[in-house]
Write a protein that binds this ligand. Structure first.
Ligand SMILES: [Zn+2]
Length: 393
């Protein structure tokens, strides 16, 4: 089915589909970096001023990009009318699925969140999840207008011998799924193209285009929650890894005398840092079942059990970051998920962990922001945006 059929032939969508290939880098640049002068834009995409004018004229005429009010060019001081992409003409749906909840956002083309929602999953059977996601999407899009593409992300222990986006059939241990054609089922339900991504990879796209890693060509991201995820970007490009390789990252041995993870390893990263590992260790000491935010709160308040557990999780994360920096030589590592919150509470222990693996620990910049699942859903929307404007999966 074509996109325009499902959206009643909205002209801006048709205009997007007819953009000539040489103009895509211009649009991509405007989407990622916002309004800019023709001079700056021509330099960034490697075009002459004349070529840029020739390529952008039809885009302005079709309403995909617009000229702003006159400003003075920072490069040559001349008056100029900066170009900007018309971001609000398109809507994208992003959904992050966890073992028990769905988090959904609708964004515009520049990943600004326009609407969001979340819900407990009513069941884990693929047909139940797809039907529920369809209802969530219908309600959100009724408020925002129809979306042109959707991104779905899975994390935790979703596994596959291939990458999630290179396989039609997805396994997920935490959802109890085996060989589920997620992309086809959700795409058919929503009636728009759908991409399925690893959740940390999608979050990395979001940081690369619209967040902390914008303008940083080499960076890594470590996501810690139900599982441990990892993504690496070198020279602005994602280093493509299979889900199996990502699983190895989360089970690297940090201390052969450490606790045992659910896969039976002693002292692997997952045995210290996952949400389950932190809750299990804190629960044993407290003799009850605390929530993750409560463990963090108690640790900050000086509770000896929770402080020790959080410090160990942060230390383990620091060692992982040290290993990443030593072997890839990236100097920027983003920490995401609940583990990022632990790292902020026990920053000194995070740094001690890095220093365990790396003499020059201060040369690595570690960035973390408070963990919100809506940010992960936004990452899923960014995967859809990226796929839409680059024509990739
Ligand atoms: Zn393990």
């Amino acid at each position: 089915m074509s996109i325009t059929d499902d959206l009643g032939g909205r002209p801006e969508v048709q205009a997007w589909r007819s953009v000539p290939r040489p103009a895509w880098p211009i649009l991509r640049e405007l989407v990622i970096h916002g309004p800019q002068s023709r001079t700056a834009l021509a330099r960034k995409v490697g075009l002459s001023g004349a070529s840029l004018t020739r390529l952008t004229k039809p885009l302005v005429e079709s309403g995909l990009i617009a000229e702003r009010d006159i400003a003075y060019d920072p490069v040559n001081g001349r008056p100029t009318r900066p170009l900007e992409v018309v971001a609000d003409s398109l809507r994208f749906l992003g959904v992050k699925l966890t073992a028990d909840r769905a988090y959904a956002v609708v964004t515009n083309l520049r990943a600004d969140v326009i609407a969001e929602d979340e819900a407990a999953l009513t069941g884990l059977a693929p047909a139940t999840v797809v039907a529920q996601l369809g209802e969530i999407a219908d309600a959100l899009l009724a408020r925002t207008g129809p979306a042109v593409a959707a991104g779905i992300t899975l994390g935790g222990d979703a596994h596959s011998p291939a990458r999630l986006d290179e396989t039609e059939l997805v396994d997920s241990g935490q959802l109890g799924w085996e060989r589920v054609p997620v992309r086809r089922l959700i795409g058919e339900r929503l009636g728009i193209p759908c991409v399925v991504k690893n959740d940390v990879t999608a979050l990395a796209y979001s940081h690369q285009w619209f967040g902390a890693a914008r303008g940083v060509s080499d960076f890594a991201i470590v996501g810690i929650g139900a599982g441990i995820g990892y993504a690496l970007f070198l020279h602005d490009r994602e280093v493509r890894a299979t889900e199996a390789d990502l699983g190895e990252f989360g089970h690297q041995i940090l201390d052969p005398g450490g606790p045992v993870c659910p896969a039976g390893h002693r002292g692997c990263a997952s045995s210290y840092a996952t949400t389950r590992a932190v809750l299990r260790a804190a629960g044993q000491g407290l003799r009850r079942s605390p929530s993750y935010p409560e463990v963090l709160r108690l640790a900050e308040a000086g509770d000896p059990v929770c402080a020790a557990v959080v410090r160990e999780a942060a230390w383990a994360l620091g060692m992982m970051i040290g290993n990443v920096a030593n072997s890839t030589m990236v100097k920027t590592v983003i920490v995401a998920g609940e583990g990022g919150d632990a790292a902020r509470v026990a920053r000194a222990d995070l740094e001690r962990g890095v220093a365990t693996r790396r003499r020059d620990h201060a040369s690595v910049t570690i960035l973390s922001q408070p963990h919100h699942f809506a940010d992960w859903a936004r990452g899923a929307a960014v995967a859809a945006i990226r796929s839409y404007i680059e024509g990739t999966d």
